[in-house]
Design a protein around this ligand. Structure first.
Ligand code: AMP
Length: 213
């Protein structure tokens, strides 16, 4: 089962992908998580990527395409994968098609999670993350102890690109560069749109209904 979760920043792609891992027994592949890990480790790629990420911009296609090409060849992707945050441009999508063609594989479903911009701004400015991968929201999903992760007890942090100025750039990039993928995958009859405004459980149920088709 090879899946793509498409949607603007803050649509809940990461949250949903994490819920799907156990049910489907396939890994979540988040280019954002891979890039943030590279930034944290201070690798050459991380140092380069940070400049774009902090400003809310997209990291160059060549970098993220290389990341995905390597990652999809790993053993845990044999039964499938959930792509979260990739592709984000039509060139990335075309490269993904080439990579999969070469490996005799294909995308099964592209699920587009739709959320209005006004909701996204509120979601992203209140988002607090943990290095363990958990994420919380000041209003919609507060941690039990303010600023502390419920799961591992570590201190929560706010992503640099969840500050308002960067969010505006990210939403603009989404509309200009990523939203065209809706037509791209629709023309291949792979796209299924679902509303991303319900509760996380409702959105999960809608995604699984698509996946279980
Ligand atoms: P995310 O965690 O998916 O919101 O990604 C965080 C940031 O990483 C984005 O704002 C981009 O700067 C960068 N990034 C993640 N995935 C991609 C991608 N597919 N193409 C370009 N940049 C990306």
């Amino acid at each position: 089962m090879n899946l793509i979760l498409l949607g603007p920043p803050g649509a809940g792609k990461g949250t949903q992908a994490k819920k799907m891992i156990d049910a489907l027994q396939i890994p979540q592949i988040s280019t954002g998580d891979i890039l943030r890990a590279a930034v944290k480790e201070g690798t050459e790629m991380g140092i380069e990527a940070k400049k774009y990420m902090d400003a809310g911009g997209l990291v160059p296609d060549s970098v993220v395409i290389g990341i995905i090409d390597d990652r999809l060849k790993e053993d845990d992707c044999i039964k499938g994968f959930i792509l979260d945050g990739f592709p984000r441009t039509v060139d990335q999508a075309a490269s993904l098609t080439d990579m999969l063609d070469k490996a005799g594989r294909k995308i099964d479903h592209v699920v587009s999670i739709e959320v209005p911009d006004a909701d996204l701004l509120a979601r992203l400015t209140g988002r607090w993350m943990c290095t363990c991968g958990a994420s919380f929201h000041k209003i919609f999903n507060p941690s039990k102890v303010d600023g502390i992760c419920d799961l591992c007890g570590a201190k929560l942090y706010q992503r640099d690109d969840d500050k308002e100025a960067a969010i505006k750039v990210r939403l603009e990039n989404y509309h200009n560069q990523t939203a065209p993928l809706i037509d791209f995958y629709s023309s291949k009859s792979l796209l299924r749109s679902i509303p991303g405004t319900g509760s996380p459980d409702e959105i999960y149920a809608a995604i699984m209904a698509v996946v279980n088709g």
